[in-house]
Design a protein around this ligand. Structure first.
Ligand code: NAD
Length: 260
């Protein structure tokens, strides 16, 4: 379905981004990976995708908090593959503290990586998509793009920003073969969430399993994590012709979190 297309997925060395990269490759897209991690792990992921799905895979280690890195990543991808047809802005970090104690450098980092990097990648990807008359932009927002939670001021602000940015890009490109949508996961079992589970177990003196159940019990009525390959399947759907007329929306996959 996506054979001949190129998908650049930020933050795809781990978690949700990796799940999306695998599913997009399964659908036939060439992949540009991005994110941090041990070089051996990234090389193994690259080889796994190439051999399993018979697509081309490149990797760019851009630090998305740096605009020059993003510019280099987008230029390198365009030089190798002609253009980026599918852009998935997924990389993100979390930091939790009450607002009055929230470190200013953490605010700046969360806004840069979780929000501004999507603006930069989109502004750099759009001209080629517009010239081609086809493009798909998928932004990994969060339920925290739709509702708030305590101690997550920067993350919630960035994710609400992503939802707004998604609408503007959708409107400016409506009718041009380009869609821009956001995905809003609830809890997904990835390293980003595992850190929060471990911190909670330590802070409350409970087991990791009990911390996991408490986390789900507070917010996610299904009492189960969404899986990264389920989010990957949603990304593939958004790239399909069935979703041609879906644009500017934010789709929760949250076990009922935002239905409450
Ligand atoms: P993760 O920690 O498993 O993966 C994050 C990825 O982003 C990694 O590949 C990491 O290397 C990369 N990254 C981090 N900082 C970067 C930087 N400065 N430059 C380049 N890459 C960087 O996390 P995840 O849970 O898979 O999160 C992915 C996205 O999903 C994030 O935007 C997150 O906010 C969002 N999200 C996650 C959950 C969840 O429950 N896990 C829920 C809602 C939304």
């Amino acid at each position: 379905m996506l054979t001949g297309k190129t998908a650049l997925v930020t933050g795809s060395t781990s978690g949700i981004g990796q799940g999306m990269a695998l599913k997009l490759a399964e659908a036939g897209a060439n992949i540009v990976l991005n994110g941090f991690g041990p070089a051996d792990d990234i090389a193994a992921l690259r080889t796994h995708i190439e051999t399993t799905y018979k697509v081309q895979v490149d990797y760019h280690g851009a630090d998305l908090s740096r605009v020059a890195d993003i510019e280099d990543m987008m230029a390198t991808a365009a030089a190798k593959f002609g253009r980026v047809d599918i852009l998935v802005n997924n990389a993100g970090i979390q930091f939790t503290a009450p607002t009055q104690d929230f470190p200013v450098d953490k605010w700046d980092a969360v806004i840069a990586i979780n929000l501004s990097s999507a603006f930069h990648a989109i502004r750099l990807a759009l001209p080629a998509m517009q010239a081609a008359g086809w493009g798909r932009i998928i932004n990994t927002a969060s339920v925290h793009g739709l509702v708030g939670s305590t101690h997550k001021i920067a993350y919630v602000a960035a994710k609400h920003g992503i939802v707004g940015l998604t609408k503007v890009v959708a409107l400016e490109n409506a009718g041009k073969g380009i869609t821009c949508n956001a995905i809003a996961p609830g809890w997904v079992a990835t390293p980003l969430v595992q850190k929060q589970i471990d911190a909670r177990a330590a802070a409350e003196g409970i087991s990791v399993d009990d911390a996991r159940k408490k986390l789900l019990g507070e917010k996610q009525p299904s009492m189960a994590f969404a899986e990264t390959d389920q989010l990957g399947a949603l990304a593939v759907f958004l790239c399909s012709s069935a979703a041609d007329q879906m644009t500017g929306v934010t789709l929760p996959m949250d076990g009922g979190w935002t239905a409450q």
